[in-house]
Write a protein that binds this ligand. Structure first.
Ligand code: ACO
Length: 401
């Protein structure tokens, strides 16, 4: 008979770290976070500088290749991305299999996973050229697929990509125009969309990125790995928090109801959504940029007096000065202001996490590529601390008590 406890003691040394709060799963050169100081760097560049001065496609290049592109490199990259924006006609039929009221994230999990059935060459992960083509395909097709998920839920016809437009213009047009319409982009809203994509592009080994790495560590097709990441992102503790944060602000409704709601948080009836972070024990630097973007977007669409913005700002001030939140180092995260902003851009709450997935795709694929190219890479295989029954003999059914 195997004595399981003795077996652990004699043969295995490993760390028990539920939630991986202090275990590094890999080495990475892509993103650095100092959670105590509220610092986020991509390839060394601060997120606020990238959000202010760069554009999403340039950040994609930076995350994938490690350096900002020269003008010629950017032109080539942009060409490579726009070359891949279309999806196969058969792929469009795939959408029709979903219920018309399906959550767009459910559609994203299925549709992105289905890309692996269209691009068999991407399974050849040991070919560096195929790895880059897979990355280009993913970055290029996500806006097309996300816009189709949106259009499908509204019962509207799909709008084809237009490659002369910028990445974010093209996406907004595919979401908010109808085919053949002479749609004019709004530069303030397009810039805001682009900045929101930059803010969500990567965040080192969060749950969904770790999922992509773990799935990819077995050598699986990259599109299937990204689908696994999308599934993980969907949850309310991760990417789904932006939807929950807006629901929360709507539930509070007016500033005078905040104290009662905060008391409910302290009584542990529910959590303050869009607050707290596993790594940031200071203000999330993305939340600062998001707050500014929120004001710009609301002013542009004529909702500067949005009552939910008032609730959010007052709630933030109350929480930042309340010992319960101060002691636990709970600050607004990127999701706190993103719901109000995305709603003002014209998106319904169930699209919020889809937009997050679209932007995070570059982080996922850059991390996947880095992992595959790391010579020390091994299949990810966590251990467990077994707490079940000791070894025992099988009992026939007529002899069970
Ligand atoms: N509201 C109220 N209390 C909170 C919150 C919150 N949002 N977050 C954490 N706490 C409290 C916990 O109750 C706990 O208190 P205790 O020590 O008295 O029991 C303490 O702070 C530590 O909480 P943990 O759950 O251990 O922290 P963890 O690092 O595991 O959780 C998480 C991080 C999941 C993000 C959490 O802060 C949370 O649930 N936030 C709300 C959801 C959210 O906004 N998620 C988005 C994250 S950012 C992103 O994915 C882009």
């Amino acid at each position: 008979v195997v004595d399981i406890r003795k077996l652990y003691a004699e043969t295995d040394t490993f760390t028990y770290d539920p939630g991986f709060t202090s275990t590094a799963s890999c080495e990475s050169k892509i993103t650095f976070i100092d959670g105590d100081k509220g610092v986020l760097l991509h390839r060394g560049y601060p997120i606020d500088q990238l959000a202010e001065k760069s554009n999403f496609l340039e950040v994609c290049y930076l995350l994938l290749h490690g350096e900002l592109p020269s003008a010629a490199e950017f032109t080539e990259f942009e060409h490579n991305i726009t070359y891949h924006t279309m999806v196969h006609e058969q792929f469009d039929r795939f959408f029709m299999g979903f219920r018309r009221d399906a959550h767009p994230m459910a559609i994203m999990v299925g549709a992105v996973g289905a890309l692996s059935a269209f691009y068999h060459d991407s399974t050849n992960i040991n070919d560096p050229e195929q790895r880059i083509i897979s990355a280009h395909r993913m970055i290029a097709k996500m806006p097309t697929i996300a816009a189709r998920a949106f259009k499908y839920s509204k019962g509207q016809p799909f709008v084809f990509p237009r490659n002369e437009l910028s990445y974010s213009e093209n996406f907004l047009r595919m979401c908010f125009s109808v085919p053949a319409e002479d749609w004019k982009p709004n530069p303030v809203l397009t810039r805001a969309m682009d900045r929101i994509f930059i803010l969500h592009a990567d965040h080192e080994q969060n749950a969904s990125t770790s999922t992509v790495r773990l799935a990819g560590s077995s050598g699986a097709n990259p599109f299937a790995c990204i689908a696994a990441g999308i599934a993980c992102l969907w949850g309310p503790s991760h990417g789904g928090a932006n939807e929950e944060a807006l629901n929360m602000l709507q539930e509070i409704g007016t500033v005078d109801r905040i104290p009662e709601y905060v008391q409910g948080v302290k009584d542990r009836k529910y959590r303050l959504m869009g607050f707290g972070h596993r790594v940031y024990k200071n203000y999330d630097p993305r939340a600062k940029v998001m707050q500014k973007t929120c004001h710009e977007v609301l002013a542009e669409v004529g909702h500067a007096d949005d009552p939910l913005l008032k609730v959010a700002m007052e709630l933030e001030q109350i929480a930042l000065n309340d010992p319960y939140f101060v002691e636990r180092k709970l600050y607004p995260n990127v999701d706190f202001y993103s719901g109000i902003t995305l709603r003002a851009l014209g998106f319904p709450p169930d699209m919020f996490t889809v937009l997050f997935a679209l932007a995070r795709t570059v982080g996922w694929i850059a991390q996947w590529k880095e992992m595959i190219e790391d010579p020390s890479q091994k299949i990810g295989r966590p251990r467990q601390l077994y707490t079940g029954a000791p070894q025992r003999d099988y009992v026939a059914v007529d002899q069970r008590g």
